[in-house]
Design a protein around this ligand. Structure first.
Ligand code: ADP
Ligand code: MG
Length: 399
């Protein structure tokens, strides 16, 4: 789950990280009121969408004034005008996809006198199985580009999960960034707070780009992207309130409502599988047999009739799906119960693409009988390879 910039900054502030004054606004009048409260003389109006690169982005609508999603302004009228132009319009950035995102809220922030722009992020590092701090002197830039063209400009500081973060980790990064004097201790305090926040909030990533050194030597996060591990969200009811469902993929959102693990992919064969490992294997074998999966979908251990129906509906609402492969292992669940669920769901959703079902496990024969006697055009398969072959073939023949 991703947070908006203003939400992420509120979270950081709770951990003692210094941030600029600012406030969120849903209308141009509210934006003006926030700016009045902050006082000026310079404000920045920032579009709040779940995509980076807003400053260099552009709006699809002419009414948005032909500028990007981060605007530095110097009067209350201009704050109001910038907010008016952004709200309700569609901002396209290199991370938003060509369709862009509608701006529904803006953040009005104090203007900052920037001396240096740095890059700082914390991420879950698969190589070390811990948190790694990543930093660069090339702040404000697209970090993927920095990593590709000038990889030597990126500093990595792994943190061992046993010991956690210490001041020396932070100082090593501070020196590598060329910070001196009081900036080193300010940076160290901030980096320790960021690490504490990262671990305590179960973050998946925390990126501050840019982290700035101001004209008077302060160190402040000017932008903040925070991603939370969705599996740990239940531990953070207050962070859950920050969820903005309008920023999520509608199918993935619907799946999460039914506790289904669904990820949309760009192939044509919809998959319904129980267990993430089996789902991965199913996707692999579809590829091996010359097809391409339309999704990853793990219906979980307790695949009830309701969940199977919901899963079918989600798969079928994807216009790219030309065939479905159900691959379910009846361990705790019995195959006959699953078969009943599949039959009921297939009836419920008026299935219009070929459906291949492979069942294995407890009561498998009974399950197969239920499928065969359902009167539905369900293609039954005996093993995983057979199932993948059959669905790929059925999709080809249906074309
Ligand atoms: P994005 O990364 O989505 O483009 P940022 O928040 O990083 O958005 O803003 C883009 C640029 O705008 C920053 O690199 C910085 O130069 C400038 N900027 C952002 N916020 C402020 C601010 N409060 N004061 C002055 N400049 C700002
Ligand atoms: Mg940024």
């Amino acid at each position: 789950m991703n947070l908006h910039e203003y939400q992420a900054k509120q979270v950081l502030a709770n951990y003692g990280v210094p941030i600029l004054g600012g406030g969120v606004a849903y209308t141009a009048d509210e934006a003006r009121a926030v700016a009045e409260r902050l006082g000026g003389p310079v404000w920045v109006v920032k579009a709040q969408i779940h995509a980076g690169g807003r400053g260099k982005g552009h709006f699809l609508e002419e009414a948005a004034g032909g500028k990007g999603g981060v605007r530095v302004v110097k009067s209350l009228d201009d704050v109001q005008e910038a907010a008016f132009q952004m709200l309700g319009n569609t901002l396209v950035t290199h991370q938003s996809g060509p369709e862009g995102r509608e701006v529904k809220r803006v953040y009005v922030e104090e203007g900052c006198d920037i001396a240096r722009e740095l890059y700082l992020s914390l991420l879950v590092d698969r190589a070390t199985s811990g948190v790694t701090i990543m930093a660069s002197t090339e702040g404000g830039m697209d970090i993927e580009e920095v990593a590709e063209k000038t990889p030597e400009k990126i500093i990595y500081q792994p943190i061992s999960p046993e010991t956690g973060m210490s001041a020396f980790h932070a100082r090593a990064v501070a020196f590598a960034l060329g910070l001196t004097g009081k900036q080193v201790s300010a940076f160290t305090r901030m980096a320790l707070s960021l690490y504490e926040c990262f671990v305590a909030s179960d973050c998946a990533m925390l990126e501050i780009n840019p982290l700035v050194v101001t004209g008077d030597g302060q160190i402040l996060p000017l932008d903040c992207k925070m991603g939370l591990d969705p599996n740990a969200l239940y531990r953070h009811p207050r962070l859950m309130d920050y969820r903005d469902e309008s920023e999520e993929d509608p199918m993935e959102l619907e799946a999460s409502r039914h506790d289904l693990n669904y990820v949309k992919l760009d192939g044509t064969i919809g998959c319904m599988v129980n267990g993430a490992g089996l789902a991965m294997a199913t996707m692999d074998i579809i590829k091996l047999k010359g097809g391409s999966p339309a999704n990853f979908l793990d219906v979980g251990g307790g695949a009830t009739r309701e969940r199977v129906t919901a899963a079918f509906k989600i798969i079928l609402s994807d216009p790219a799906v030309e065939g479905i492969l159900v691959n379910i292992f009846g361990g705790i669940m019995r195959c006959d119960v699953i078969a009943e669920g599949v039959v009921a769901a297939a009836r419920d959703v008026s299935l219009n693409v070929p459906l291949v079902v492979r069942l294995e496990g407890t009561n498998v024969e009974l399950g197969k009988t239920i499928l065969a006697e359902s009167g539905l055009p369900i293609i039954s398969a005996d093993n995983l390879a057979d199932a993948a072959e059959k669905v790929v073939k059925a999709v080809r023949e249906a074309q």
